[in-house]
Design a binder for this molecule. Structure first.
Ligand code: UD1
Length: 365
């Protein structure tokens, strides 16, 4: 069996690493990198640290508007899929790369398998929500990370195509977390003590492309740093760019309690997260990585797809509200919360589960 995997963004490299190592003994995998993420810090470093095989094809799509990025991926991917003639295409998550690959597969047609199926924020103003809905409706096999995702798919009439396999990102977090603690020099490099700082990330379009929202986020970070000491903020290139445009970056740079860094590799970020007293983020993936690390999370959005982390008490939705964030930081203490349960995300077996489900499904189609 020949499987063509399409990746392009940072979180997809992590998920694909967990699946690829179980897939390669069973099938021929052709790995395609769209090039949506191209900076070394967002791309190459993950291939190295996670031992993801080098891509067989680079589409070199780069940055652009949603339409431009999606169209360029489709245009460059289609002839390649025709030439490779795979039996199935494997797509991950909810990015423009996912959308483009799902549409190309569905139209050629090549059966599409969607990993991380069924996640919903129920907010269609998020580009990711649109991408997921399209990918889920086109894919022939829907591999879901959580029970909540399975419920969403059943509610949309897609339950028959869905299998609960767990979350491949959790496999990597569970395996590499302790390695990161041993190997990463990040705490020393930044002059931090375990438990003595918080870490924050921000990159969602809704938070960084809207000047008013970005200003609110900056004020929230300043308030947290002032009240609770060091706040480490690894800056996604998109966020760095927006901070320059609005002159807000200077406010952060001038504050001694805020440590701005480049985007970090997997091991450095894991180490930072696992030893932080809290995470503040608008990322999806990091909410559950925080949970699995036993680090309380404040989600800088109004809703989340990873509802179990909220139900378990480890994650609080605070939006960009400074007061809510400060109150949540006081209340959420790791030593007062029930121990995290990795089984919620497949207990480290999701990559193997994806491949089992894929092979079983392929025998039937
Ligand atoms: C994308 C995904 C998002 C995912 C995130 C993971 C979509 C719609 N969004 O967001 O769901 O959570 O990846 O990080 O697909 N840039 C660089 N270097 C790079 C990549 C991007 O400088 O290697 C800058 C460019 O200015 C670019 C901007 O970041 O315009 C945004 O990049 P883009 O790929 O459009 O989306 P992300 O914000 O990374």
């Amino acid at each position: 069996m020949k499987v063509l995997t399409v990746v392009g963004n940072r979180p997809q490299f992590v998920k694909a690493a967990a699946v690829s190592r179980h897939l390669r003994p069973e099938a021929t995998e052709v790995l395609v990198h769209s090039g949506q993420h191209y900076d070394r810090a967002l791309s190459a470093v993950f291939f190295e640290e996670l031992q993801l095989p080098q891509p067989d094809h680079m589409l070199g799509v780069g940055s652009g508007s949603h339409a431009a990025q999606t169209a360029a991926t489709m245009e460059r991917l289609e002839p390649l899929v025709r030439a490779e003639r795979p039996d199935a295409m494997l797509v991950y998550g909810d990015t423009n790369t996912t959308l483009a690959a799902a549409v190309v597969g569905a139209k050629l047609p090549v059966p599409v398998v969607h990993v991380e199926a069924g996640m919903r924020s129920f907010d269609r103003s998020m580009p990711e929500e649109v991408n997921r809905i399209v990918a889920d409706s086109l894919a022939g096999l829907l591999l879901s990370p959580t029970k909540a995702a399975m419920r969403n798919l059943r509610a949309e009439g897609l339950g028959e195509r869905a299998r609960l396999v767990g979350d491949p990102m959790a496999d990597v977090a569970l395996e590499l977390g302790p390695v990161a603690d041993r190997r990463s020099p990040v705490l020393d490099r930044l002059g931090l003590q375990a438990g003595g700082y918080a870490v924050a990330t921000l990159h969602r379009a809704g938070n960084v492309d809207e000047p008013a929202a970005l200003r609110q986020a900056v004020h929230l970070f300043l308030a947290v740093a002032e009240r609770h000491g060091p706040l480490v903020l690894p800056l996604h290139p998109r966020t760095r760019l927006r901070l320059e445009v609005d002159g807000l970056g200077v406010r952060l740079e001038e504050n001694d309690a805020i440590i701005l860094t480049q985007p970090l590799g997997y091991l450095d970020f894991s180490c930072l997260l696992r030893n932080a007293r809290a995470l503040l983020t608008d990322s999806g993936g990091l909410q559950k990585e925080a949970y699995l690390s036993g680090t309380p999370c404040l989600t800088l959005r109004a809703e989340t797809e990873w509802v179990e982390t909220v139900e378990a008490g480890w994650n609080r939705l605070v939006g960009l509200d400074r007061e809510r964030a400060l109150a949540a930081l006081e209340e959420l203490r790791a030593d007062r919360l029930p121990a995290p349960d990795p089984a919620l995300y497949g207990g480290g077996e999701a990559g193997a589960g994806c491949v089992r489900a894929l092979l079983e499904w392929a025998r039937k189609v």
